[in-house]
Design a protein around this ligand. Structure first.
Ligand code: PAF
Length: 305
């Protein structure tokens, strides 16, 4: 079926309800994006299509999560290509609203606060970013609620449809925050994290990669190499030796390291010093952020032994 496009919340709800129909055991997946889609987003859409009867993707460049108007203007808008990519993955409906539809009264007075978890790592260099991202994610999750569009009389007998939303593990801090928001504020949705998609040479896919020159792109590979080193040590139950992995990144002159840490996957607090010195065991997350030329890149690797 050709993909449908809604630009209003009312249109999204009507079309969503029509696609979902009524009956038991129905499910709806939501894939929130800001557009400029690549293979990483395609993986989110594919996971949603595999697991749900109806899949809605959203494309909205959220002004609330940009610190700076220049970055917001510079963010690539590629709606036609995005629709084609989503249609190829089997997405049913795209919600691509104008800014006035999402923020009819201008900037909202009340926002979701990301708290301590949102102030560290990416939050430290982008103040307010996660409050803005969580606020729009909360709105998108509400707009996409499958039950919201069902006529009362036709509401699915035997229970509400299952509702799942898909986020990339590439944005590990955003994923941890969305999980916490949904748990702490009791949103009726299951959050599904989808593994990072990498180019064959290891570079994590990102809509920012298009701003790297050839030389910068080559230099950026040191991020995934350093993460790979930690993964290999974790797999082998060796000390992680984060300092030598850091030194590898710092040896690359085009790369300005911001942070490189091994943290608890839920709280994102750095793990005790001993996980660097003593054989690694358990679960952790390695987080890295660096500027490569003018482009800020982030990457991460789950560590398990
Ligand atoms: O990860 C993104 O693309 C955005 O932060 C999101 C989740 C769509 C909210 O604007």
């Amino acid at each position: 079926m050709p993909i449908k496009l809604a630009t209003t919340v009312a249109g999204l709800r009507t079309e969503g309800a029509r696609l979902l129909g009524s009956g038991q055991g129905r499910s709806q997946g939501l894939v929130p994006t800001m557009g400029a889609l690549h293979e990483g987003h395609a993986a989110l859409a594919r996971a949603a299509v595999e697991q749900n009867d109806v899949v809605v993707a959203t494309i909205f460049v959220n002004p609330l999560q940009f610190g700076d108007a220049v970055d917001l203007d510079r963010y690539p808008r590629t709606l036609d290509a995005d629709l084609a990519l989503l249609e190829d993955q089997g997405v049913d409906l795209v919600f691509a609203p104008p800014v006035e539809e999402v923020y009819p009264g201008g900037e909202p007075l009340v926002r979701i606060t990301s708290g301590r978890l949102g102030e560290k790592w990416e939050g430290a260099s982008r103040p307010g970013h996660f409050d803005g991202a969580l606020t729009v994610v909360a709105k998108l999750l509400h707009y996409g609620l499958p039950a919201a569009g069902l006529p009362a009389a036709g509401a699915a007998p035997g229970g509400l449809p299952a509702y799942r939303a898909y986020f990339g593990q590439k944005d590990a801090q955003q994923l941890a925050l969305v999980r916490r928001m949904v748990a702490d504020l009791n949103f009726p949705v299951e959050i599904v994290g989808v593994p990072t998609v990498r180019a064959v040479d290891g570079l994590a896919l990102s809509s920012r990669n298009r701003f790297l020159s050839g030389e910068e792109r080559e230099a950026a590979l040191v991020l995934s190499r350093a993460l790979r080193l930690l993964e290999e040590r974790a797999d082998a139950r060796q000390p992680l030796d984060l300092d030598s992995a850091r030194a590898l990144v710092e040896s690359q002159p085009l790369v300005g390291l911001d942070y490189f840490e091994v943290v608890d996957p839920e709280t994102l607090e750095p793990l005790a010093e001993n996980c660097r010195q003593t054989p690694f065991s358990g679960e952790a997350l390695a987080l890295i952020a660096a500027k490569v030329g003018p482009v800020r890149l982030i990457d991460n690797a789950p560590l398990r032994s």
